[in-house]
Design a protein around this ligand. Structure first.
Ligand SMILES: Nc1ncnc2c1ncn2[C@@H]1O[C@H](COP(=O)(O)OP(=O)(O)O)[C@@H](O)[C@H]1O
Ligand SMILES: [Mg+2]
Length: 525
């Protein structure tokens, strides 16, 4: 029920209004004395009073044509508007849920996976569902109205067509469900595959998620074959789905035409009326066939919808939330990957306020230490405490983290900094200025490419810093910040960072001399 309401809110409502408007126009044209230029009005009076169906055919087709064109344009406008609005809302809520609410989920699934949900699923869902919904509503309206007209001629036509529809609807319902499951499976695989692929190509950080690149590749190969066959299955189901209704359609049309001919020969109806019967019944049958053709689209959209709601209803795993952390203690911490020891008996005590630099060349284990502090890994030996709490899983409430390889989403600059949080534009501008991104203050709606392809590396790392500044926790972890930023600007931003984080515990991992000047303490890793 809640889901239905959500769909109605995001997509359905304007479409429902559209549907009602179409009905109203039709009723007004057919049964109420609407103000139409005199000649046409006379014509319509003639049709309604004298039931001259051959004239009716001409006028109805002309009216239908105008109606379809106008309504089509109107529908396009509404669909565009709804799509834009819904995409914004949807993306924002997915972003908020996944990124600010549940980072362990992202780490488990990978940035690529999340990116796929955000940009493929939401788009597929909205693009497929709303236009199909509009066209389905139009088909249904048309079918009902045409059926009434046919019923006026003889009840038998309406009955035959109704039987056809009564048979076809449960048939569709059954296949809808079956097909939707097939697509769900295929989509899930596709999402995982392209997620893995994006992770492999884009975000190196995600290698943490699955361990080694080897595993990625093996997994990719195994699933590619499965994906192919499940997609083929889903489409084959569709093909079968379209054959039976077509057969039934030919039989029904044959029956209707035969009865019409009988009536014509026996003089009950005129040739014009016979024409009306054939045109209306074939268009009704055609419309119901149209519904068959959109089944695969609709089942795909429904499968996507199911997945989206699955994701949106995940409860955030917050871990231990420690407000007001005063000390960070790492005591004799040991950690390694496979059989390689990376962190060996590492001890560090940081009391608020302090900035400590983790200094060491690439591969020395700086990122690993930050991963341990944020609770992504548990030490093999020794312990880590935020005051008296051990970080078991990462929570933004405990620490603010700037990753070494920040991911830029194909969203606006505003969305990339706010990550789904509701923020005043003025606040974002303030933050951007602090990060040396003042030139972007009046371009908050600028669209960034995925992975930040349309901005420089330096701008990317400053955007990552801006994300941290939105709502900094007591413990700040900056993994190789300000990579690619020019020297003068770097100096300026470092000064600002010192000011802003003056009352925090800050760990900065770097192998950059200038950045390392920020801390009072420098620890060699
Ligand atoms: N998920 C992982 N699995 C196996 N080895 C890893 C993993 N992550 C990092 N390493 C290895 O651990 C070492 C330290 O890595 P890292 O902490 O990223 O170093 P730094 O941040 O100082 O460059 C490197 O040799 C790296 O290859
Ligand atoms: Mg690193």
């Amino acid at each position: 029920m809640r889901e239905t309401l959500k769909i109605l809110r995001y997509i359905g409502l304007p479409n429902v209004v559209l549907f009602m408007t179409t009905c109203a126009i039709w009723i007004a044209m057919n049964y109420v004395n609407v103000k139409i230029p005199l000649k046409t009005k006379d014509l319509i009076d003639l049709i309604i009073l004298e039931k001259r169906f051959d004239t009716n055919l001409f006028v109805t087709l002309a009216c239908m044509y105008v109606l379809v064109v106008v309504a089509g344009l109107f529908a396009q406008l509404i669909v565009q508007y709804v799509e834009l609005n819904a995409q914004r809302n949807f993306r924002r809520s997915v972003l908020e849920k996944l990124i600010t609410g549940n980072p362990p989920y992202i780490w488990r699934k990978g940035v690529g996976y999340v990116k796929n949900i955000l940009f493929k699923d939401v788009e597929t869902f909205l693009k497929i569902l709303s236009p199909r919904l509009v066209s389905t509503l139009f088909s249904l309206t048309y079918m009902t109205l045409a059926m009434i007209k046919l019923g006026e001629i003889h009840w038998i036509y309406a009955l035959v067509l109704m039987v056809y529809i009564a048979v076809i609807i449960p048939f569709y319902r059954h296949w809808f469900k079956k097909n939707s499951k097939g697509f769900e499976k295929a989509l899930d695989l596709r999402r995982r595959l392209s997620g893995i692929f994006t992770n492999l190509l884009g975000a190196r950080t995600d290698l943490h998620v699955y361990g080694k690149a080897d595993d990625f590749v093996r997994f990719y190969h195994n699933n590619l074959t499965k994906f192919g066959s499940s997609m083929t299955n889903a489409y084959n189901t569709n093909l079968r789905l379209q054959v039976y209704p077509e057969l039934l359609q030919v039989i029904t049309l044959f029956g209707v035409t035969l009865f019409g001919l009988y009536e014509l020969v026996s003089g009950t109806i005129t040739a014009g009326t016979f024409q009306v019967i054939v045109v209306y019944s074939s268009t009704i049958l055609h419309s119901s066939m149209e519904l068959a053709y959109v089944t695969d689209d609709i089942s795909r959209a429904l499968a996507v919808k199911k997945k989206l709601w699955e994701v949106l209803s995940i409860d955030a795993v917050r871990g231990v939330e420690t407000k007001n952390v005063n000390t960070l203690v790492l005591k004799n911490v040991c950690f390694g990957y496979s059989n390689k020891k990376i962190v060996d008996n590492f001890t560090l005590v940081v009391k608020k306020p302090d900035i400590v630099v983790l200094w060491g060349k690439s591969g020395s284990g700086k990122t690993t230490i930050l991963d341990l502090v944020k609770g992504f890994y548990t030490p093999i030996d020794g312990g880590i405490w935020l005051d008296e709490n051990e970080p078991k899983s990462f929570s933004y409430k405990n620490v603010s983290y700037l990753p070494q390889d920040p991911y830029i989403f194909a969203e606006t600059l505003y969305e990339n900094v706010s990550l789904g949080r509701e923020l005043q534009k003025e606040r974002i501008r303030e933050i951007l200025k602090k990060c040396g991104l003042g030139e972007f203050c009046d371009r908050l709606e600028m669209k960034l490419d995925s992975g930040g392809k349309n901005i420089s590396g330096g701008q990317k790392s400053r955007i990552a810093l801006a994300r941290v500044l939105v709502d900094p926790a007591d413990v700040i972890l900056l993994d190789e910040p300000l990579t690619g930023v020019d020297v003068d600007r770097k100096k300026e931003i470092l000064k600002k960072i010192e000011e802003i984080f003056a009352d925090k515990i800050v760990l900065v991992s770097t192998h950059d001399e200038l950045v390392s000047s920020i801390g009072k303490r420098k620890v060699n890793i």
